[in-house]
Each structure stands twice: as structure tokens, then as C-alpha cells.
Design a protein around this ligand. Structure first.
Ligand code: ZN
Length: 293
């Protein structure tokens, strides 16, 4: 019997495929080795069932991939959800913007989830909303602890395969735990092992929230580097700048120190977020420093 499903986990040569019958334990036939294609978590595959009772089978074909990520090793990721806390810890804007740029380069849309609304005033929340509303990503404001806004997260994840990421301490596991307890537990274990310096193979695993909604949690990160690019390209990752560029006197203006810069004027006039602009400058300087080496 031939059927299709999605690989949710791969361990030691076995692939676990989520199907309408349940989780089928599969081997990939030798043909993949010849083609040098390795099945990835997230792959949609065709499989032949060997035993319907034991739910074992052979993967016979990998269906065309929409995309493939190296870290975490996965395929067909529809979107990323990055979680930051509004407070405790304070938002590290550079880290957030680097994450957004990294996903843009991979052409993966990102949802930004700002957690811990219960720790800040409405005014502080609005400040962050206005800073990021022009950045072209969907924003979610939630309180994992108070279970506020979780329904909106579920709606945003529905029907998609989403990678969840965020720095340590932002309350990611509280949110993931509310959405899918098993995912949070296993990522927590993994983080602990990495923390202890053990040699852990970071295996990606997808958790089904429903038949067509999958979630992949990832261990908290502390630092990110910018993807390789020319410093002139950086502004393309700040889409809200574009409409003010016609006010720049010089073509190819970097909006850094140039005179008569429409973008800098817009920041001064409060039309563009100072938070985002200052971050742009810091990242621009980081790219300038890289070039010298
Ligand atoms: Zn400019």
C-alpha cells in the first residue's frame, strides 16, 4: 500500500512519517543514497507500507521541496515565529533584526511574537508596535504567563509548518508548552544537554498540532551573525525606508552620514521609527567593520 505523509523526525537511519494512519517508522530506500538526496524533517514523502499493524514502511519518493534549511536541518518550512520579551530581558533589537534579515535571505516569512505584555504598560507596548509595524511582518503581542493572545498565535500557525525561535529567557517554552507540551519538553531537554557541553546531535523534530499544522521548537540562541552581504544591501531589509528614499539627494544613499537624506529626515520628523533606524546604523557599522578584515 502506497501513501503520503510528512517526515517529523529522523533518528539513526529511521524516519518517522506522520500519516493519516499515525506515525509510520520508515527506512529510506538505497536509491536516495545514489542520488545523494537525504530525506529531511519536513519532507513530504511517498511511502510503501510494510506492516499496517506495526506501522512500518519504506520511503520511496521525496515530493518536491519548497525550501530546505541547514539549521535546523529541515524542509518545507512555511514560516518562522521569533519570540522576544517586551521586558525581562529587554528587547535586543540587533538580535531581532538580525533574525529577521536571516529569514528574509532564506525567503521565509517571519511572525514576531512579543511576549510578557503583562510586565509593561500599554504605552510601552504601543511604542514597540509602532517601531515594527512598518517592517512587513505580522506582529503578535501576548502574555504566555497570563495565557493572553495564545488564540491569535494558533490562528497564525494554522495550516502551516512553523519554526519557533527566540533568545533564552523570553518565555518561549511557556508559549510552546501552551501550544504543544511535548515539543517544549524535548527542546528543554536538548537545551540542558547543550548547556552541559555534551555532544548532542541537534536533531530537528516537527510536532503536529493538527493534521496540517506543524511546529518545530529550537533551543534558545544568544547571538546571531549577519548573513554575508554588501553593506549597500542592508537597507533592502528595512522595507519601511523605501518610500522616503526619493527624498535622498544622492542615488544609492546609505542613509548613514549623507546630507539631504530622506530617510534621516523621516526619522527626525517621527515618520520612521528611531529604534529601527538606530539599529540599521549599528548593523551598517558592523558590515563596514567586517569589510576591513
Ligand atoms: Zn538617504
Amino acid at each position: 500500500m502506497t501513501m503520503t505523509g510528512k517526515i517529523v523526525k529522523g533518528i539513526a537511519g529511521f524516519y518517522y512519517v506522520y500519516t493519516t494512519l499515525g506515525l509510520v517508522e520508515c527506512r529510506a530506500r538505497g536509491v536516495f543514497r545514489k542520488e545523494e538526496v537525504k530525506p529531511l524533517v519536513g519532507d513530504n514523502v511517498e511511502l510503501t507500507l510494510i506492516s499496517e499493524e506495526e506501522l512500518t514502511g519504506n520511503i520511496t519518493r521525496i515530493l518536491p521541496r519548497k525550501n530546505a534549511l541547514i539549521r535546523p536541518a529541515s524542509a518545507n518550512i512555511d514560516q518562522a515565529m521569533v519570540i522576544f520579551a517586551l521586558k525581562h530581558p529587554a528587547i535586543n533589537y540587533q538580535l531581532l533584526d538580525k533574525f529577521l534579515i536571516g529569514m528574509d535571505v532564506r525567503k521565509i516569512p517571519t511572525l514576531i511574537c512579543f511576549n510578557k505584555t503583562d510586565l509593561v504598560t500599554e504605552k510601552e507596548t504601543e511604542e514597540i508596535r509602532s517601531a515594527y509595524e512598518g517592517c512587513g511582518r505580522k506582529l503578535l503581542f501576548v502574555s504566555g504567563r497570563e495565557k493572553e493572545g495564545l488564540r491569535r498565535i494558533e490562528e497564525a500557525l494554522k495550516g502551516k509548518t512553523t519554526v519557533v525561535a527566540g533568545p533564552s529567557g523570553v518565555g518561549k517554552s511557556t508559549i510552546v508548552n501552551a501550544l504543544c507540551p511535548r515539543a517544549a519538553m524535548e527542546t528543554g531537554e536538548l537545551s540542558k544537554k547543550i548547556g552541559r557541553g555534551k555532544h548532542t546531535t541537534r536533531h530537528a523534530e516537527l510536532f503536529a498540532l493538527s493534521g496540517d499544522t506543524f511546529l518545530m521548537d529550537t533551543p534558545g540562541f544568544t547571538a546571531l551573525s549577519l548573513p554575508p552581504m554588501e553593506k549597500e544591501e542592508l537597507k533592502d531589509y528595512f522595507p519601511e525606508f523605501a518610500e522616503y528614499e526619493e527624498g535622498c539627494r544622492f542615488g544609492g544613499c546609505a542613509h548613514y552620514r549623507e546630507k539631504d537624506c530622506g530617510v534621516r529626515d523621516a526619522v527626525e520628523e517621527g515618520k520612521l521609527s528611531r529604534i529601527r533606524y538606530e539599529d540599521y546604523r549599528l548593523l551598517y557599522e558592523e558590515l563596514c567593520a567586517q569589510k576591513r578584515w
